[in-house]
Design a protein around this ligand. Structure first.
Ligand SMILES: NC(=O)c1ccc[n+]([C@@H]2O[C@H](COP(=O)([O-])OP(=O)(O)OC[C@H]3O[C@@H](n4cnc5c(N)ncnc54)[C@H](OP(=O)(O)O)[C@@H]3O)[C@@H](O)[C@H]2O)c1
Length: 258
């Protein structure tokens, strides 16, 4: 039986994912900030008690990610699904940017996702499917002006996802991200168009089809591909150096400091 590890499973699209994967016969390891308050998830579990387990994680507390990875040591994870995000960011207005809230958004939406990949990489490597998928947003990759805290945290996530796909591809782990559509949830203040479960169903199909060959991409819910970052046709243009040259030079610089 394949296993999905899912964050933010207590509501919104995360709860939709839990239902879709349970219906499909998967084991669901659901991570939430407050298990005591995860009533909808617990109610869902009544029908699937033996295949749903609920655990605590707070992506703003990176040590809680390590703690859960240790607790789940030896458990293969076929799909690591980074769904949770800080979506309740204050509205920004140029001239009065809330920098503390911006750090929080970056920590949860970008650094917390990277930490998940680092903490759970061996669980994923030990599985049959070997996949990681992160919920990004079209908002992170387009104008107009506004929502800079959330937008920039998701743009940064896209770069992290591309990096992870390059780093983990050689180990047979496929990493990608996707946009869920405009979905009815707390984050969209009831303005969404898709139901959470409907969106989760579309994204599950994309994850099912994901391979190392199609990794490193940013998918729309219909499976079409969006630019994840600007892929420059000539990465060495105007004298730019490849990462190896940077690493070599940085080692020399650090050796001089010692
Ligand atoms: N809905 C859309 O139209 C839409 C569009 C584009 C992208 N997305 C992306 O899709 C994903 C799910 O969105 P949604 O609409 O379902 O959002 P949501 O209703 O706001 O739910 C967010 C989830 O993330 C959890 N979370 C927030 N901060 C966390 C933290 N520090 N540690 C652990 N969990 C945390 C929340 O848990 P609590 O209940 O404890 O707060 C909740 O389960 C997000 O990544 C979002 O950016 C959604």
């Amino acid at each position: 039986m394949p296993t999905v590890f899912l964050t933010g499973a207590n509501r919104g699209i995360g709860l939709g994912f839990a239902k879709v994967y349970l219906d499909a016969g998967w084991r669901v390891i659901a991570a939430v900030r407050d298990p005591d308050a995860a009533d909808d998830l617990k109610n869902l579990g009544i029908d699937y008690e033996d295949r749903l387990s609920i655990h605590q994680i707070d992506l703003a507390d990176l040590s809680s990610i390590d703690a859960l990875a240790t607790e789940l040591q030896g458990t293969p994870i076929d799909v690591l699904l980074g769904n949770a995000a800080k979506t309740d960011n204050p509205m920004d207005e140029f001239g009065s940017t809330n920098y503390d809230a911006w750090i929080d958004a970056f920590k949860v939406n970008c650094m917390g996702q990277m930490k998940m990949a680092e903490a759970f990489v061996e669980h994923v490597a030990a599985s049959d499917h070997k996949k990681m998928f992160f919920l990004s947003s079209r908002i992170g990759a387009k104008p107009p002006a506004g929502l800079i805290l959330f937008r920039s945290s998701k743009s940064a996530l896209n770069q992290v996802v591309m990096q992870l796909s390059l780093i983990l591809g050689p180990r047979g782990i496929a990493v990608a991200c996707g946009h869920p559509g405009f979905v009815k949830s707390k984050s969209t203040l009831s303005m969404g168009v898709f139901e959470a479960e409907e969106s989760a169903g579309y994204l599950k199909k994309i994850i099912d089809d994901l391979t190392v060959k199609t990794a490193g991409q940013f998918f729309d819910p219909d499976g079409s591909v969006l630019p994840i970052v600007t892929r420059q046709m000539n990465p060495q243009a105007f004298g730019a150096k490849a990462p190896d040259a940077w690493n070599e030079q940085a080692k020399k610089r650090d050796a001089k400091k010692e």
